[in-house]
Design a protein around this ligand. Structure first.
Ligand code: NDP
Length: 249
């Protein structure tokens, strides 16, 4: 039980990596507040996670909604020890066909909102708390057509180091996970039929020396480590979970 009595906020905890992390956190003894926009998947996740989880409908771009989720953690479970700023969206932003609003929507969701989630949580975080940001291999791979997504995740990498320095004097650690291709619903916009999924997976797998996509729980296991006291000397770092990805597909 590596997270016994810890209380965690997981944005985007109703799906994919966030939900897998909520499950692993609870297995390790934590209590979790999960957020998302979709009430149906929030309800399903809450039912799956059981009494040690509370689901709060909150758009990550809405400061008041995020504050409500944080207040729920404090009021319902009695504090806040772990923040996993995970919620994010993909989106094609080719140079030749992207408007300012579309570009900024991705940056606002993936990067700006992670910053303001940590800011809103800060008054409740004590020495020993752990913040984990969700990056992506896109931040270094240069995959065409994904400027906004890659920039948002590159921003996460840079912000990770800055926030770690800022919060170290308060005994709060900040780290990032950097997932490669991971089997979650985020890919449904790219492949909606089983054949398309197979084709997409095979294409990416060619760039993965271990030869296969990660599962959400593979990322969650790294997050459990970063959140736990086993990582008490680790801050400002990134754990890459990508099967050794060597380039764009
Ligand atoms: P999912 O689509 O399964 O999960 C995305 C989560 O983010 C959902 O819970 C969604 O909830 C939430 N979310 C998105 N926008 C908002 C918003 N405006 N407000 C609140 N919640 C929001 O995908 P993943 O689990 O794969 O993605 C999780 C993170 O992992 C993302 O940051 C993604 O960029 C990152 N990542 C994923 C990789 C992969 O291959 N799967 C690889 C690298 C990084 P709802 O829709 O209910 O709002």
């Amino acid at each position: 039980m590596r997270l016994q009595n810890k209380i965690a906020l997981i944005t985007g905890g109703n799906s994919g990596i966030g939900l897998a992390t909520a499950e692993r956190f609870i297995e390790e003894g934590a209590k979790v507040v999960i957020t998302g926009r979709n009430q149906e998947t929030l309800d399903a996740a809450a039912a799956k996670l059981g009494p040690n989880a509370v689901a709060v409908r909150a758009d990550i771009t809405d400061d008041a909604a995020i504050k409500k989720a944080i207040t729920t953690a404090v009021d319902h479970f009695g504090g806040l020890d772990i923040v996993f700023a995970n919620a994010g969206i993909p989106g094609a932003t080719p140079l030749g066909g992207t408007d300012r609003a579309g570009f900024e929507h991705i940056l606002n969701t993936n990067l700006t909102s992670a910053f303001f989630t940590v800011q809103a949580a800060l008054p409740h975080l004590k020495s020993g708390a752990s913040v984990i940001l969700n990056g992506s291999v896109h931040q270094v791979l240069g995959i065409p057509g994904a400027s906004a997504y890659a920039a948002s995740k590159g921003g996460i990498g840079a912000m990770n180091r800055v926030l770690a320095s800022e919060l170290a004097p308060r005994g709060i650690r900040v780290n990032s996970v950097v997932p490669g291709a991971t089997r979650t619903p985020i890919w449904s916009t790219r492949a909606s039929t089983p054949e398309a999924v197979t084709q997409l997976e095979a294409g990416f797998a060619r760039a993965i020396p271990l030869g296969q996509w990660s599962e959400a729980v593979d990322i969650a296991n790294a997050i459990v480590f970063l959140a736990s006291d086993e990582a008490k000397s680790i801050t400002a770092t990134e754990i890459v979970v990508d099967g050794g990805t060597i380039g764009a597909p």
